[in-house]
Design a protein around this ligand. Structure first.
Ligand code: NAI
Ligand code: MHF
Length: 296
């Protein structure tokens, strides 16, 4: 199923994001995680491509696993980093052969060790160009793009960033998946501002459960997400207790998701980052996905 159809019925769509692990232990963990989360019957599972500026991983191989072993639609993340248009087109051919139906079209982070993203000669400089390239050559793909409720780190203002989001929508994006955020008001405000400038695609909330304070500090620094002071304080107060941090994170995510669902948003995209425990607890409290059968 393509992204455009997934959110058409006005219901609620759950989706899940993983990244390609770098070690065999990581791969085995991810396989186990996939065998669990597939029971949540998400609309799709997506796999990142060079997330956080790392070299690109085995995105399409994991998409194949999602399709064949989970029986679910796969969405491949795809960035402009380091590829010419010709190479991008070749990769899209491969994605189609694997059976990928949807692409998350991103510019990508600057490679590690480089502080700024730079387009290569013959490549794409911004995600809107990548969306155009996909639309012109592969009209059959569904396309998701990123939105930034708290502004993209490099954008001079939220207004400018919104205009750039509009370019991606005008180029043919089907839905917007937001950067992770911890403050729902950021999402609601952004959604309203987007609508006011004519952005009419479904806006899916990107949620990352906090499982450890140290890790989330690193990730929020990379994403620029606002961290509520109260939440930081309560995590800080249990900084030597991993279990307590996990509980606080799960609790916050449940409250956040409940409010979003009650507001009638079209979907939640979970950055589960290859672990299922937090997502299981959160979804178990929300009544938007089937439970994982005993014995899995
Ligand atoms: N799940 C994932 O893999 C996610 C990755 N990201 C990362 O976030 C970063 C940004 O990616 P995208 O949002 O796809 O990039 P983008 O190209 O939409 O935006 C990147 C920056 O350039 C500006 N910009 C965009 N189009 C422009 C244009 N035509 N002219 C001038 N300025 C323009 C934007 O305001 C923004 O500051 C990447 O680092 C991406 O990998 C973000 C969210 C999720
Ligand atoms: N700017 C940006 N880039 C992204 O890639 C990205 C976002 N934002 N926002 C949402 C998600 C979060 N993503 C993430 C976040 C962390 C890891 C991660 O921790 N990965 C590995 C390797 C990290 C490394 O090599 O340093 C890990 O084992 O921890 C992966 C994807 C991908 N997405």
């Amino acid at each position: 199923m393509r992204i455009a159809e997934m959110y058409r019925d006005g219901g609620f769509g759950l989706s899940i994001e993983i990244f390609p692990p770098k070690t065999e232990v990581g791969e085995n963990n991810l396989k186990r995680t996939l065998q669990r989360v597939r029971h949540f019957e998400p609309k799709f599972i997506s796999c990142t491509y060079g997330a956080g500026g790392t070299t690109r991983g085995k995105t399409l191989e994991w998409c194949r696993t999602i399709i064949e072993e989970c029986n679910l639609p796969a969405t491949a993340h795809f960035t402009c980093v380091g590829s010419t248009r010709e190479e991008l087109l070749q990769w899209l051919e491969e994605a189609a052969e694997v059976g990928v139906q949807n692409i998350m079209a991103l510019r990508g982070d600057a490679p590690q060790g480089q502080d700024k993203f730079e387009a290569i000669e013959g490549g794409c400089a911004y995600a809107n160009e990548l969306v155009e390239l996909i639309r012109a050559n592969h009209p059959e793909f569904g396309i998701g793009v990123a939105g930034y409720p708290e502004k993209h780190l490099e954008a001079p203002s939220l207004d400018v960033d919104l205009q750039n989001l509009k370019r991606k929508v005008d180029a043919g994006a089907d839905a917007i998946f937001t950067q992770l955020f911890f403050v729902n008001d950021s999402f609601f405000r952004f959604r309203d501002q987007a609508r006011a400038v004519g952005i009419d695609r479904p806006m899916i909330a990107g949620i990352m459960p906090i499982t450890s304070f140290e890790r989330i500090k690193k990730i929020t620094a990379m994403c620029g997400a606002i961290f509520p002071v109260d939440l930081a304080k309560s995590l800080e107060s249990v900084k030597d207790d991993d279990e307590a941090q996990f509980e606080i994170g799960v609790d916050h995510a449940i409250k956040q998701c409940r409010e979003l669902i009650e507001a009638g948003i079209p979907g939640i995209h979970f950055y589960v980052l290859n672990k299922s425990q937090a997502a299981e607890r959160i979804l178990g409290a929300l009544d938007v996905a089937p439970a994982i059968p005993a014995g899995v």
